[in-house]
Design a protein around this ligand. Sequence first.
Ligand code: GLU
Length: 606
Amino acid sequence: MPSHRTRPWGRVAAVAVTSTLLVSVAAGTASAAPATPKSPIAVGYLGAVSSIDADATAIGTKVLREGGNAVDAAVATAAALGVTDPFSAGVGGGGFFVYYDARSGKVSTLDGRETAPKTANENLFVENGAAIPFDQAVTSGLGVGIPGTPATWQDALRKWGTQPLSKIIKPAEKLAKNGFTVDKTFHDQIANNAVRFAAFPSTRSLYLPGGAPPVVGTKFANPDLGATYDKLAAEGTSALYRGPIGADIARTVQHPPVDPASTLNVRPGNLTTGDLAAYKTIERTPTHTQYRGLDVYGMPAPSSGGLTVGEALNILENVDVSKLSKADYLHYFMESTRLAFADRNRWIGDPAFVDVPAKELLSQRFADTRACLINPAKAGTSPVAPADPRNPVPCAAGTTGAPTPYEGENTTHLTTSDRWGNVVAYTLTIEQEGGSGIVVPGRGFLLNNELTDFSFTPVTPGVPDPNLPGSGKRPRSSMAPTIVLEHGKPLLAVGSPGGASIITTVLQVLLGRLDRGLTLPQAIAAPRVSQRNSAAAQVEQEFLNLPETAALRAKGQGFSTAPAEIGAATGVEKLRDGRWLAAAEPVRRGIGSAQVVLPVRFPWDE
Ligand code: GLU
């Protein structure tokens, strides 16, 4: 078995950053100037931050430099992403926070998932006996869940941080008030949503000033969001859950502020101030899987991330992935997720409502019964049927397949570590790009449309669907913030956006790094394929250029090109020599941003 820690971080990786990393500064004397050039790789000491955005990463790194821990840095970075990456994340959304505590060696998680209002029932998205068209539900009050992000920030800081929210949110508040430079991603995400953004005067005036997205390279400020952050700093999150910001959220959901001239059919929702007052994050025991002697921790239900990544890893333990040819590796990878998604779709939902067989889904015995369905020479026929993990029967093919329903595809993942060895993997979202499209008037943030992650009607008629809406229920997620330990110490942490493809992206990065001899940056850069129990796997265009696709096609694997790139991963790794490696996307989503507190590169890194 190859050592997990002997690889250098790699020549390919180094090429991308030659100009930025030959720097050595003493801790505490480094310039506070945050706007270092955006670089997807950094390596050095005293902690690391990786996110999609340079300003956000710089803010998190500054928190670390000034003595904050990984949790402080994660919340500061997330708050900044609410400013610069507002179409993916913000106080109007939710997310999942996974934390490794160096002192206790324990991994904890916080579920800050958006939640359905009390009045919701399984017909939330049914009208006259039929499901509401998805493209209408996404831009509505109906799809808005009670936001969990502000509570996540406050609770994570109280449990594991060293500084209060009032301090940690300040750099992001300043960023919102003073502005930042518009990049192409920010511009394009507005352009993609221009029609529905234009339908709401509050969204239009913020993001379509003069009728068009702000020009790339110009400065963009969001004073209303600055004021919202200021209020959260001064009054705590009760300003939102029990105060005037919450009153505005409830009013906006119940009476979506749509331009009367708009032709959009924007349905109201029934989220109330009482729903907001009742919201709570939930600390949950992480999922845990052993994979080739490593301990892989992830997010349990209502996310399907940890359970599905874990089941696929267990299935893959039936072969030595490191020894397979690349075509065979990709075949096994795709088959493992084809099977794991069938089980995910059948069994995973909010555990307060559904009896999720979590322990059984993660048992090696169950995975072995699934692995034996993989034919090395032939792709499975999707939708393959789920199996019953409580009653594992070797090679049982099952009867009715459970297809994977569509999920919106945009959120953001950040990863942090600190000088004490604590690590955070945090994925946060407002669901699809732009969420509901509705900015709360006067407050500067978009409301999520996370409730559209529920099944509108049962995916397979006659088969129980664990993910139907319910009163106070949390929709199933695919978010998969993941922390991998080796002998109880952090090896790496990773995560990604991408709706249901999050699971395959995280798994592909893990396999690339742990089995296939890639460095973390190389594993993140690799062309992606996502098989989610459908006839054709989704692929990035670049994947189709791989010579292995011919062999995969010969085995019956089908491919369809994804409408856009798949995912936008970030990660950190503790290198064998004690340095942190922070890695982000080298190309996707306009390039991610990785920083360390004390950059140090050695000649042999090249
Ligand atoms: N709604 C998705 C989920 O919870 C997140 C959106 C995305 O990841 O892109 O799984």
